[in-house]
Design a protein around this ligand. Sequence first.
Ligand code: CP
Length: 311
Amino acid sequence: MRRLPRKDILGLEEISTQEMDIILATARSMKELVQSPVKKESSLKGKVVINLFYEPSTRTRSSFELAGKYLGGDVINITTATSSVVKGESLLDTARTILMMGCDVLVVRHSSSGSPHFLAQHLSCSVINAGDGMHEHPTQGLLDLFTIRDQLGSVAGKRVVILGDVAHSRVARSNIWALTKFGAKVTVCGPKTLIPVEVRSLGVEVSYDADTALAEADVINVLRLQLERQHKGLFPSIREYHAGWGLNQRRLNLAKPGALVLHPGPMNRGVEISSDIADGDQSLIEEQVTNGVAIRMALLHLLVGEVARDE
Ligand code: CP
């Protein structure tokens, strides 16, 4: 049986390229299952996956739910608004209660960075980070890597621009870890107030000028402007943000012909990305959603699945 040499998936900072290769190879066969008429396997039969989300989610939560169900597992969702969290129950007490019901994989999204790491230290089940504060979103980083490699074969030497609100983005951090480990040339670009100074230490170039950054880009990963996490005064207005850093047709024309456009979703159309680009030929945004199910199936299978798959 093929397994990852770890109990938890907490961040791509600590995951090796060898492990990521195993995850992506497994996701390749999982994608075939997602796209087949009968989406059912039994690798997770008898296993329980619990989604514990302290923040809203459409893509991540539903794709973990579908991933677990496609593999024959039992999946339940706990949303904090309708749970005993509103009565003041702590994160650890909530998680321990869930574990005592027989949980094999706990998928956690939380606004505090490090929450999944804290739970992983205290719980015997596997913990998957579904996004912790502004720290990491490892499953998004893996599905973005999978999507780019699907198109380009390899990311080594490819110029990838991560465009937008880097300061508040856990997606940016997980992408940077994954892409730089595989040899991509990563540039982060956005308003100076939305690019943290320490990001240079992660081995990326920094640009505050979108037109310059996009020249010769192979891939543009557009980040959502996280209005809910913004403090006042980080940029003048939404209109000026779009004018300065939004991806539109004129800017896309500066990149390499056929450059790939990604966005983790949810999108602010007309803010960080124009609708015509989001829906255009170079956009892989819908493909990312499908790949997200395949990546999450691969992770569940590799952490607790019982049946070896041919890859
Ligand atoms: N990309 C992403 O994490 O989307 P959701 O917030 O909808 O899960």
